[in-house]
Design a protein around this ligand. Structure first.
Ligand code: G1P
Length: 293
């Protein structure tokens, strides 16, 4: 049987200040990479991992995310009347049949750990996935969370996505330390949120994909504010290490940090190159655009 993660949590209550003024009204998760909003790429990845319940942790400024996944009756009706069947399918496939959405409000921005804890009433005591949509990961074969679901089915406990980061940038990530079990798997013995390079246990940075046991909620509930004064998911995972195996998984695929402009633009170019509608023409026009000629 294909390992499935039924519930996936999307913490999407962040401010998105790096993209102002674009994010003044539009949630950053709705900014498109080519023609799909970031959150749509994340949802597609969750569904590919077997998810049938998508839990969005939002705030009052993120209600447009719920609109995006809602049925757009007027649009669909118009497309039906105009016999635009392909577009109709695109509009409907935003949320595949049998997949449900749940919206949970994070009333105070107390950190990623707190955001995940807000999903507790929906997730309960099950194993679940977390996707941070800012970390956009593209793999032509198997989306990252599905890769991780497989690792989780084999090893249980928790699985966090990791990749080597520039040693000078450890203070931007959760960093894991531990024993290499294979080329793509680390048995994590230590995890630290945003350490200075001198304090980092390695240069393996946590990327925004997690498979976690329901137990994490109890640990989060007693996690005190950590780095940046926020309740950190990393600190609850650190507490979990004493109880259950925690693995770092070096996913295959390319990750783009869409929390900043450069990563966002790179992701856009990469996905436009994957799209037969734009690839050839873009390949021809990019050199001149880059040279400014
Ligand atoms: C969060 C996590 C951090 C992780 C990062 C990945 O940090 O706290 O451990 O490495 O996501 O993107 P943030 O980027 O929200 O500051």
């Amino acid at each position: 049987m294909k390992p499935a993660l039924r519930k996936v949590v999307f913490p999407v209550a962040g401010l998105g200040t790096r993209f102002l003024p674009a994010t003044k009204v539009v949630p950053k998760e709705l900014l498109p990479i080519v023609d799909r909003p970031l959150i749509q790429w994340a949802v597609d990845e969750a569904v590919a991992a077997g998810a049938d319940t998508l839990v969005f942790v939002i705030n009052r400024n993120k209600r447009a995310i719920a609109d995006h996944f809602d049925v757009a009756y007027e649009l669909e009706d118009t497309l039906v009347r105009r016999e635009k069947h392909d577009l109709l399918r695109v509009a409907r496939e935003v949320l595949p049949a049998g997949v449900e959405t749940v919206y949970v409000v994070q009333q105070q921005a107390l950190g990623l750990g707190h955001a995940v804890l807000c999903a507790r009433p929906v997730v309960g005591n099950e194993d679940f996935g977390v996707i941070l949509p800012d970390d956009f990961i593209f793999d032509r074969q198997t989306p990252a969370l599905a890769q991780m679901a497989k690792v989780h089915a084999e090893h249980g406990g928790a699985v966090v996505a990791v990749e080597p980061v520039d040693p000078e940038w450890t203070s931007r990530y959760g960093i894991v330390g531990g024993q290499n079990l294979s080329a793509d798997l680390v048995k994590v013995s230590e995890i630290v949120e945003k350490p200075a390079p001198a304090d980092a246990p390695s240069n393996l940075g946590v990327v925004g994909r997690y498979v976690l046991p329901g137990r994490i909620f109890e640990l989060l509930a007693s996690t005190q504010p950590g780095a940046g004064g926020e309740i950190q998911l990393t600190d609850a995972i650190a507490a979990l290490i004493a109880e259950q195996p925690v693995h770092g998984y070096r996913f295959s695929g390319r990750r783009f940090d869409c929390g900043n402009k450069l990563g966002f633009v790179e992701a856009t170019v990469a996905m436009a190159m994957e799209d037969p509608a734009t690839a050839q023409a873009l390949r021809a026009s990019l050199p001149a655009i880059i040279d400014g000629s």
